[in-house]
Design a protein around this ligand. Structure first.
Ligand SMILES: [Zn+2]
Length: 391
């Protein structure tokens, strides 16, 4: 209802005259009923949204008590002014389109990112943020805490689950047990997780303060997450609102992200670990391997290095992709862990980001297991056959 009303408003030409990067307030909107406070609110909101285009940690306008809940929204605001087709970075401009006083010195703001193209109004996103007035001006949070004030809470070890009606507590126990085995491999301690169970992706977005985002139109199921200090926040909209299931593949990635930023790692090794420990797309590791040997010719001549340079998807479609090189890395991870312990896997994970020719990768593999680019194919062929024969 709210969004459709706003969409009607978008056709008012007064919206579309903004030319500078400063935030605009739509004509006729009452903010706080106090001119001095209005000026401060608009100025601080502008600063908060500009800082949203920088790393989250450097945004000085985030309410400290709700850091991680706000980071998950900031990740959605990042890049929102850019036109993805023309790459024009300042294409969409921020407009405050609504302001509601929630309680004394606390305001819920709705901010739309708008532009025009060939005289047609363009809406990129509408966000909801809460402005909290303190002694030095306003600080901002996402509305996640506010939107879930009446939700129930279940805590198991260092995982806290927020839910609306009921959850399967034994599944939460499975989750924390599996998380603990991964943490033990990663020598990761004192990490906590907060988990919100939503019906679908639309609920995820609304809870964190994304009322509309053009790039998400039509997406039914998805999960968003953020990290701050030793805590991971997961707002899940894929596995029902009752914690009936969770994805072990994603859990591997989640636990790893609490130790090191994943974008610094060698992705095929990261995905290989995820296949081995958690399967993929609901398939177990053994099911993936069975599909792999049915789909890919496995001979002494097969060039496994080539699959590394040019990723090949043997999954059913693009969405449920399964990559040959990820399977090979799963086998390598299994072998290294068995022979040398997880420390060897950790070294290979940290061999650096993918680079053409994979020199960095082969150098670490040589150091750990004496395998280099010259004997890689023969070694991998042996690992595949070992796995086939052990079945
Ligand atoms: Zn993955």
């Amino acid at each position: 209802m709210r969004i459709s009303t706003l969409l009607l408003l978008l056709y008012m030409p007064v919206f579309l005259s903004a030319q500078n990067t400063k935030i605009k307030v739509i004509k006729g909107l009452t903010l706080t009923n106090d001119a001095v406070l209005d000026t401060l609110l608009v100025s601080n909101t502008n600063d908060f949204l500009n800082a949203a285009q920088l790393p989250n940690e450097s945004n000085k306008f985030v309410l400290p008590a709700q850091k991680i809940e706000t980071y998950i929204l900031l990740d959605e605001i990042l890049g929102i002014t850019t036109n993805q087709n023309s790459r024009e970075t300042n294409f969409y401009k921020a407009h405050i389109i609504n302001c509601i006083e929630l309680e004394v010195a606390q305001y819920l703001l709705q901010v739309a990112y708008l532009s025009t193209s060939d005289s047609i109004p363009q809406l990129n996103a509408i966000f909801e943020i809460i402005a909290h007035k303190g002694s030095n001006g306003f600080l901002f949070s996402s509305p996640l805490k506010y939107n879930t004030l009446n939700w129930k809470i279940f805590t198991e070890q260092n995982t806290t689950v927020y839910f609306e009606t009921d959850i399967q507590k034994n599944k939460v126990l499975d989750y924390t047990t599996f998380a603990a085995t991964i943490d033990a491999k990663l020598k990761s301690t004192d990490k906590s997780t907060e988990f919100y169970c939503c019906d679908n992706f639309n609920e995820v977005l609304k809870l964190i303060g994304v009322l509309y985002k053009a790039e998400y139109a039509g997406i039914q199921l998805n999960t968003l997450a953020s990290v701050a200090d030793n805590k991971k926040l997961i707002v899940a909209g894929e596995h029902s609102n009752e914690f009936t299931d969770f994805d072990k593949h994603d859990l591997w990635h989640d636990r790893l992200s609490l130790v090191v930023p994943r974008n610094t790692l060698n992705k095929p090794v990261d995905e290989g670990c995820a296949y081995l420990y958690g399967g993929s797309w609901g398939l177990s590791w053994n099911e993936i391997f069975t599909q792999f040997i049915k789909s890919i010719p496995i001979t002494e001549q097969t060039d496994w290095k080539e699959y590394k340079e040019n990723p090949f998807n043997f999954g059913e479609n693009d969405a449920n992709h399964l990559y040959v090189d990820y399977v090979i890395n799963a086998l390598i991870v299994q072998q290294l862990e068995k022979q040398y312990g997880f420390e060897a896997v950790w070294k290979l994970l940290n061999s650096g980001k993918f680079q053409k020719g994979n020199e960095n990768y082969y150098a670490i593999l040589k150091e750990i297991a004496g395998v280099d680019s010259a004997n890689y194919n023969a070694w991998v062929y042996g690992l595949i056959n070992n796995k086939i024969n052990n079945k």
